[in-house]
Design a binder for this molecule. Structure first.
Ligand code: SF4
Length: 330
């Protein structure tokens, strides 16, 4: 799971779905790369990466026209056969998987399949107009693993109809499927989507970056306990999203750091509460973790001051510390 990735985005114009958070149907048709574009993308990326995975991201790769899929796969597979790329990777929908699809992906050197599961609550999936069920996620995940592919599952906390309990339950059910990795995309309300209409009519209360960080920190803990790597939290920041396409919700250019900081804050509070009563305390973290512990703009330090008024709590980094967080009365 560690090799570098060359992302090739294939917008899925023919998607039969209309998920409420997706703007594919309302935006002007983006250019779909042809096979020579794909080669060009790979060639230029190969100047900077060694033995990468070539990844078809974007819509639902296995649902696009079969002959076009084969052309893309075959163009990318040339690089695997030439020893210049490690393997291929595709992302798709749970109901875009069957025996024929898996055989095709195997034939072209696909090693990793990412599935957009989003939720394991059928009511939430229905409200999001996903067009598949939680059982589809289970079935597809099982087939992918049995066929020897690496499995990455994506979830989307904060959808309409889901509360923190439902999202935590989704995380537990996703962990039980034993994926090789997970991506957590807390809901971001994008312009030109049905979700945005609901939000503007007051029918949907969006997460904020802060509430999303709290929720994702708890969800992440579930995957840590099960030793399942979380390879991404939050949408990749883009100019478009920062310039207004992200109308509300969990969009933050450093969402991952917000979540890491929130997680350390929760751990600190747990340990400090166990030390009560105390006058002053020292929190130490390993090298490189100081800014996560302090939080953006020292937010964690401020929250700790507020929670333990009258106490002085110092936060320091210790070069040789192995423990994630160490706390002592001073
Ligand atoms: S399946 Fe994917 S591409 Fe299609 S509407 Fe839903 S999110 Fe958009």
């Amino acid at each position: 799971m560690k090799s570098a990735v060359i992302p090739v985005f294939i917008p899925h114009l023919g998607c039969p779905n209309d998920c409420i958070f997706c703007n594919q149907r309302r935006i002007a048709a983006p250019k779909v790369p042809d096979v020579s574009d794909v080669r060009g993308i790979i060639e230029s990326a190969l100047e900077y990466t060694k033995l990468p995975q070539i990844s078809f991201y974007g819509g639902s790769f296995t649902c696009i026209d079969e002959s076009l899929q084969e052309r893309y796969l075959s163009a990318a597979y040339e690089y695997v056969r030439a020893g210049r790329a490690d393997s291929l990777r595709v992302s798709t929908r749970p109901d875009g998987i069957d025996g024929n699809v898996l055989a095709r992906l195997k034939k072209y050197g696909v090693k990793t399949i990412e599935l957009g599961a989003q939720s394991m609550d059928d009511r939430v999936l229905l409200l999001a107009r996903r067009g598949h069920t939680a059982e589809d996620v289970r079935t597809a995940s099982k087939m992918i693993k049995q066929a020897g592919f690496e499995l990455v599952l994506q979830i989307m906390p904060g959808l309409p109809g889901a509360d923190a309990r439902a999202d935590m339950q989704t995380a537990r059910e996703i962990a039980a499927l034993k994926p090789d990795a997970v991506r957590i995309y807390p809901v971001c309300v994008i312009k030109d989507t049905a979700l945005c209409d609901m939000y503007e009519r007051g029918e949907y209360i969006a997460l904020t970056p802060e509430t999303a960080a709290e929720l994702c920190a708890d969800i992440w803990e579930i995957f840590i306990e099960e030793q399942i790597p979380v390879i991404r939290i939050g949408l990749n920041p883009t100019e478009e999203l920062s310039d207004g396409a992200a109308v509300a919700g969990a969009y933050h250019p450093a969402m991952g750091q917000l979540v890491r900081s929130e997680r350390l804050y929760k751990k600190a509070v747990q340990k400090l509460d166990a030390l009560l009563p105390f006058e002053n305390a020292l929190i130490t973290v390993p090298r490189g973790k100081l800014s996560d512990m302090r939080g953006q703009k020292n937010a964690n330090a401020a929250k700790l001051r507020e929670r333990y008024p009258g106490s002085l709590i110092e936060i320091k980094e210790r070069q040789d510390q192995k423990e994630e967080i160490f706390i002592a009365k001073i």
